[in-house]
Write a protein that binds this ligand. Structure first.
Ligand code: 1CP
Length: 347
């Protein structure tokens, strides 16, 4: 029998299993994207954003671009959270300058038109991208797969777009919770299938993006954020028990602690509004913490970037920690500021 040579465990995986590393591992949400000239060049060759996500050669290339420049500790699959509603049969478009636009699913009748049957075939190009990436990324780099959490994907499906304040879905949640529950249950199921396929093709870590978790009151947060996340995490634990899961309930505020205690995730992504000393005292004891540099400090650079980065490291780097932003890299970010950030963390 051939003995496998044991590779030292990758830094991101060590941090996720509870080790405190110095320097901490580093990656950035939206590390691939429009702030990079090499991304804009490739993006210009694809007329439609979803088709771009479904073209493995292009998706592999843009996933690798930030690694070549900066050597982050992780690569995140280039895709989008809205490929799931697209695969369920909802009409999803990305309009130039406008972001995603969906034909709203806001009644049981519209919900009954959606189904999970075509999901795997429809998303086969995404799994092919994962497969290629798992062979191409550097040895010490971890491949992260992701999906939107059921609540956040439901927000886009019901509202038809982002940035609405989520009034329609919040009203639906109070008026006909059993109907919304059917949509959430469908998303738990679809998201579990989508993530298990990613794992089977080579992702090593999963991140769940709950970008609109912060719009809900306490009882609603427990029902629509914590409960579906816990159900999804349970499904993933059964299918792939060794894959760590990072939860990012953006804007959860005082509910971050309940989320950490009840959702079952291994690590918590914190947004920039979360006080870092509070996170060290209340979250780091039970979970690895990831975050939370203000993405505008990265746009501004200089002293602001240095001070904010040091403040976060002082509070969190003594415990299990992954350096990241509090939300994604902004389009207007000068690429050299990301370079400076990597130097500050590793220097
Ligand atoms: O044409 C373009 O280049 C559009 C910009 C873009 C990019 C680069 C979109 C449209 N999606 C993506 C890729 C993407 N989206 C990734 C992969 C790469 C990486 O992180 O490096 C990931 C993880 C996402 C996740 C995503 N999509 C989220 C969750 C994170 C977050 O930003 O809160 C959300 C909410 C979306 C929806 C979406 N997709 C694109 C846009 C402009 C939006 C947001 C719309 C809104 O503000 O409501």
């Amino acid at each position: 029998m051939i003995q496998a040579t044991s590779q030292p465990k990758k830094p991101l995986l060590r941090a996720l299993s509870g080790e405190s590393l110095s320097p901490p591992p580093l990656w950035l949400m939206r590390q691939a994207g429009r702030y990079l000239p090499e991304y804009r060049k490739i993006r210009a060759t694809a007329k439609d954003f979803l088709q771009f996500c479904y073209t493995p050669d292009l998706a592999v290339e843009v996933t690798l671009q930030p690694l070549r420049r900066y050597g982050m500790d992780a690569a995140i699959l280039f895709s989008d959270i809205l490929v799931v509603p697209d695969a369920l049969g909802q009409k999803v478009q990305f309009r130039e300058g406008e972001g995603p636009v969906l034909e709203p699913v806001d009644s049981p009748e519209k919900l009954s038109c959606l189904g999970i049957g075509r999901l795997r075939d429809h998303l086969a190009p995404v799994y092919e991208t994962v497969h290629q990436l798992s062979r191409e990324i550097p040895q010490q780099t971890t491949l992260i797969g992701f999906a939107g959490s059921p609540w956040t994907v439901a927000v886009y499906m019901v509202e038809g777009r982002g940035g609405t304040g989520c009034g329609k879905i919040r009203a639906w949640a109070h008026r006909a919770p059993d109907d919304l529950q059917k949509l959430i249950d469908l998303l738990v199921e679809a998201t579990a299938v989508h993530l298990v396929q990613q794992v089977e093709n080579g992702v090593e870590v999963i991140q769940l993006f709950d970008s609109w978790a912060g719009v809900l009151g306490e009882s609603q947060f427990r029902r629509w954020v914590i409960a579906p996340t816990a159900a999804l995490v349970g499904r993933l634990r059964q299918a792939c028990p060794d894959v760590p899961i990072i939860g990012f309930p953006r804007g959860a505020g005082l509910m971050y602690e309940a989320f950490a205690n009840l959702s079952g995730v291994d690590a918590i992504g914190i947004d920039s509004a979360v006080p870092v000393d509070w996170a060290a005292a209340n979250l780091q004891g039970k979970s690895t913490v990831q975050g939370n540099l203000d993405n505008q400090a990265l746009v501004v650079g200089g002293k602001a970037l240095e001070m904010e980065t040091r403040r976060i490291l002082e509070a969190l780097a003594a415990g299990p920690f992954i350096f990241n932003l509090g939300h994604g890299v902004l389009q207007e970010t000068p690429p050299e500021h990301v370079h400076r950030l990597v130097e500050l963390i590793r220097g």
